[in-house]
Design a protein around this ligand. Structure first.
Ligand code: ADP
Length: 337
């Protein structure tokens, strides 16, 4: 994310811009249409349309090189689209880049905190860049330190903080100017599972207390599961989008594993009474069904053999990812599994 003249928080933000009125409650948090980005050697983004509603947690997934960072860079005004249009909180990135920048916060993958400053000093430095009103500044800094669970560490040097504490402080900093949308590039990469859980609890609280729309990129399946909606990007195009459950139900049926007293008789009964073909599974018989949980009671009462154990497995987001991109999500470098 190096392209573009944008310097966050500088006087450039206050440059003359269109004063067209915009009522935020009436517009999506993000709307991108016909987005293209070409570099000399590669078309990184090839016609992306994207709408993110206010208050959503939206995840952008894709193999390395799919174009995720390029899309985030364009949405944040750090890169200029070759073609297409972007509005963030109703502001056009071409005609009102300053308003767009004031409407968003960014948490980059690489830490941009100053380790030699305290937590509070890091926030104050950022507030100066954004020229936040002095009157409310102190209270806002304390509120954000509190939200990050770092109030007791406000005067400690950031270099003494754990990875999770730093990430929470960066999120607090990104929220200081009350952005409508917070962009998070791989927010929990490099954190251990406990710190990741804590960070997600923190993000839930951010959403509740600040009503911020969250837009994130991720390689982690469980992180994608926590999103209201996701989009899967491959070679610069969105190949699938929707709520995780919706996407899973479109690519694969549920798997039901049955351990019975007589697999041969059970398989015959499944075929005759339910029209279901069973195959040999790891624990007896395996069948595929659209709504496994609902089918299980009928199967158990409709088979004349004892059923000792039933397991219903829903398709995972990894299967969705594999279906659309030909790769496993967790195989990606940086996936950290
Ligand atoms: P992702 O974030 O999904 O890994 P990127 O958006 O970083 O993907 O990259 C998409 C494609 O664009 C890749 O082929 C990458 O090499 C290329 N690319 C990204 N940034 C630049 C740049 N500044 N100059 C030239 N090519 C770039």
């Amino acid at each position: 994310m190096t392209e573009g003249e944008a310097v966050f928080g500088t006087g450039r933000m206050r440059q003359r811009e269109s004063n067209a009125p915009c009522r935020y409650q009436d517009v999506p948090a993000i709307r991108a249409t016909g987005l293209h980005k070409s570099y000399p050697d590669v078309d990184a983004v090839r016609g992306v349309d994207l709408t993110v509603e206010q208050g959503e947690t939206f995840g952008l997934l894709g193999p390395n090189g799919a174009g995720k960072s390029t899309i985030i860079a364009m949405l944040c005004t750090l890169a200029v689209p070759t073609a297409g249009r972007i509005e963030v909180a109703g502001h056009d990135t071409r005609t009102a880049p300053g308003r767009v920048r004031r409407s968003l916060g960014i948490v980059f993958q690489e830490s941009t905190l100053d380790g030699e400053l305290t937590a509070a000093e890091n926030l104050r430095f950022h507030a100066d860049l954004y020229a936040l009103p002095k009157a409310e500044l102190a209270a806002r800094i304390e509120a954000m330190l509190d939200l990050a669970g770092l109030a007791a560490r406000r005067d400690h040097l950031v270099r003494t903080f754990s990875g999770g504490m730093r990430r929470r402080l960066e999120i607090a900093r990104g929220l200081l100017h009350r952005p409508r949308v917070l962009f998070l590039d791989e927010p929990t990469i490099g954190l251990d599972p406990r710190a990741r859980d804590r960070l997600w609890a923190h993000l839930r609280e951010v959403r509740e207390r600040e009503a911020t729309t969250l837009f994130l990129t991720t390689h982690y399946l469980d992180e994608a599961e926590r999103c209201d909606r996701i989009a899967i990007l491959d070679e610069g195009r969105i190949v699938a989008r929707g709520a995780p459950a919706e996407l899973k139900s479109t690519v694969a049926a549920d798997r039901i594993d049955l351990r019975t007293g007589d697999d041969v008789a059970a398989a015959a009964a499944l075929r005759e009474r339910f029209g279901i073909e069973a195959v040999a599974g790891p624990r007896g018989l395996r069948v595929q069904a659209e709504n496994g949980a609902r089918l299980v009671p009928r199967l158990c009462s409709g088979l004349d053999v004892p059923v000792h154990e039933v397991t219903v497995t829903r398709p995972s987001l990894d299967e969705v990812f594999l279906h659309h991109t030909g790769r496993h999500l967790r195989d990606e470098p940086g996936g950290g599994h």
